[in-house]
Ligand binder design. Structure first.
Ligand code: NAD
Length: 376
């Protein structure tokens, strides 16, 4: 197969595959085409790709020659227009929030896979870009909070007095939340965490944090490990409980999301008004509406002496490791569709292939996306 690696838009520092990933694909007989400067912001330069055995090409050439195009963000509509029906595009389309893009790809007749909707089954763990990028985000969020906080994270006993450790509250103990707990603990903070899924209590405690409990949450075992929407009564109780804990915290990191829905509001304006001066809120759910009522997506600002950080793009700020993880996930995904001789074998009987396919021969294969389209 001729596999092409796209240069990402200016705001993105990651790249879909690094030179280290390329060697593995070349070994199974594929040809690698890489757009000029694709890896520059991830500190992988054209020469590194060439040394690994890839050919550097222009963007136009890439679209013309590559059988499979690999990226993170979707190319422009004009570029999508230039794709032939036998070309395959693999990236992160966020189809739950962008059904229009799915319909467009379907009408075009291209084949497109979105890595963010790979089913969360055990066999798919090494292909799960949501988990790997959430790991980066959870880690980076804590570091950003530590830099903004006008006090130490760890406890210090010095001749100049004793410094009490910072108190960190994590809302949502999924992949990002657990990583945030681990990172905040390593920096010496006292950590509390809250989640609607009671199964995470043990994981939270095993990382040395305290689990804040609130009974009455709705849980659904068929939701694939995800949370489901809660009743209005529960949400009220939850906001009250969060307020009590947030008022005593120096840092609050929120990661609570429900796939395909707006993020739940856990921190109200009233809660922020009652928080400690100098406290920091990092809202990792900013791109889906935010867990804090006052979050502004992509912005950091101060309200009533509390920093509110609305960042969701942390993976881009750690492009070397984030690209390495993304590339490993992508390689593992490609293994499902390219055999050892470098030949394409699209097997729609395979759940991972089928459920991540948002367009192929004018059809949407992902059942989740298909039913969303039918119901809108
Ligand atoms: P996510 O990003 O959708 O949500 C983050 C966390 O927010 C979740 O733990 C969720 O329970 C929590 N949350 C949602 N609403 C909340 C609310 N109102 N209050 C408090 N917390 C709330 O989820 P994620 O981190 O990507 O994954 C969640 C879980 O999925 C994992 O912990 C794991 O069990 C499962 N998972 C499975 C696989 C796999 O098997 N391949 C891979 C990754 C994750």
């Amino acid at each position: 197969m001729k596999i092409g690696i796209l240069k990402e838009p200016d705001f993105e520092q990651r790249v879909a595959l690094l030179p280290l990933h390329i060697k593995k694909l070349l070994a199974s007989g594929n040809e690698l085409l890489v757009e000029h400067d694709a890896g520059e912001k991830a500190f992988s330069f054209d020469k590194d790709y060439e040394d690994a055995g890839a050919q550097m090409v222009s963007r136009q050439e890439l679209f013309k020659k590559a059988g499979i195009l690999l990226g993170i963000h979707l190319p422009s509509e004009k570029e999508l227009d230039s794709l032939e029906e036998n070309q395959i595009l693999i990236g992160v389309v966020d189809p739950l929030a962008s059904l229009e893009k799915v319909k467009y790809l379907k009408e075009k007749g291209v084949t497109a896979f979105s890595l963010d909707i790979i089913p969360r089954i055990s066999r798919a763990q090494d292909k799960d870009i949501l988990s790997s990028m959430a790991t980066v985000a959870g880690y980076r969020a804590v570091l950003e909070a530590a830099m903004l906080l006008p006090r130490f994270f760890p406890m210090f006993m010095t001749a100049a007095g004793t410094i009490r450790p910072a108190k960190v509250l994590i809302l949502g103990a999924g992949v990002a939340g657990l990583q945030a707990i681990a990172t905040a603990r390593r920096l010496g903070a006292r950590v509390e965490a809250f989640d609607v899924r009671s199964e995470v209590k043990e994981q939270v405690e095993s990382l040395g944090a305290k689990f804040v409990e609130l009974e009455g949450a709705q849980e659904d075992n068929s939701a694939g490990g995800y949370a489901v929407d809660q009743s209005e009564e529960y949400k009220q109780k939850q906001r009250q409980l969060v307020q009590e804990h947030a008022m005593e915290s120096h840092v609050v990191i929120t990661t609570a999301q429900i796939p395909g829905k707006k993020a739940p509001i856990l921190i109200t304006k009233e809660t922020v008004e009652k928080m400690l001066p100098g406290a920091v809120i990092i809202d990792l759910a900013a791109s889906t509406g935010g867990n804090c009522e006052l979050t502004k997506a992509g912005e950091t600002y101060s309200f009533n002496h509390v920093y509110i950080v609305g960042q969701s793009a942390y993976p881009s700020s750690m492009p070397i490791d984030a690209s390495s993880m993304y590339g490993n996930n992508l390689l593992s995904f490609l293994n499902l569709m390219i055999n050892d001789q470098g030949e394409l074998n699209l097997d729609f009987e395979d759940e991972i292939i089928k459920q991540s396919c948002i367009a192929h021969q004018h059809e949407v294969y992902s059942e989740r996306i298909k039913s969303l389209i039918e119901n809108t």
